[in-house]
Design a protein around this ligand. Sequence first.
Ligand SMILES: Nc1ncnc2c1ncn2[C@@H]1O[C@H](COP(=O)(O)OP(=O)(O)O)[C@@H](O)[C@H]1O
Ligand SMILES: [Mg+2]
Length: 321
Amino acid sequence: MNILILSSGTRNKIVEYFKKEINGKGKVICTDCNPLAPTLYTADRYYIVPRIDDSKYLDCIFEICDKEQIEGVFSLIDPELSLISKNKKRFIEKGIIPFVSDYEIVEACFDKYRMYETCKELDVPTVKSYVDFNEFKEDYMSRKIDFPVFVKPYNGSCSMNIQLINNIDDLEFNMKKYDNLMIQEYMNGFEYGVDVYVDVISKEIISIFIKKKLLMRAGETDKSVSVKNDKLFKLVEEFVKKMGFIGQIDIDVFEKNDEFYVSEVNPRFGGGYPHAYECGCNFPKYMMNNMNGIINQSQIGKYDKDIYMMKYLDISIKKGI
Ligand SMILES: Nc1ncnc2c1ncn2[C@@H]1O[C@H](COP(=O)(O)OP(=O)(O)O)[C@@H](O)[C@H]1O
Ligand SMILES: [Mg+2]
């Protein structure tokens, strides 16, 4: 049973976990367009491939799938999720499971305002958001929202161009200067990262892992602690079911005045997934079960709380690339 990890980049832990779980009964094969991606040299086999926007890219991936008898595939970078989900059928026809949600769902996740609107439609608590300055101003005048507000690109990632704004003049200036900003209610409470696995055969939620973020750095969780909260488990279950996600996803949630609000979703392994794995939420095992035609049983909440995760840097050395 061989699995293909696309655009594996620097996500060495993920590759290691898959190797551990596959335990010699198959191969973990990685691809990247950069020969200096350290995961390539951790994998059982690797391929250096064109960039995902190259017209030959998909053909190249399918060639690898044939050659290596791949049975499951997933990507670790956002732009590629759209590509893989769009071509899901082609993978399935070859007997390969693409571990990704459907195209429309993936696209909704990449537009934070669209996600806000979707949550509103589905009646899922979310963070009040605006893309229209005049609409915000109306609500501000009628005291439905107040400063400070949080401003960020609706199509951004890695915490790029995020800022806290304290008055209407600064807000108007920024909204006129950039055309991709959205205004959000400022959430000053705790932030949580939730790792979820949805069985690709039964479409049932198998695992929900909640970590409270203690420190963020460059858009990534640097320190976190595992927690359990029934109210949040329930909210996540409802949200994931209503949206129809499948496979591995990562959800950001804010807490404010004892209520939880869905903020955004990365429909892939989140950067903080190693914390979930180390606490016993074994997504590679669930994925391999699915590749073997086995339906997983729910493990929701089956992990230890009060386990802390502290990230640190590591290096990889390789002679002659
Ligand atoms: N409405 C908000 N109020 C307070 N902080 C926010 C708000 N939105 C985002 N943030 C902070 O900015 C970070 C990045 O925002 P996010 O929407 O998660 O975008 P991305 O992770 O794609 O860069 C969040 O992890 C959080 O710390
Ligand atoms: Mg985020």
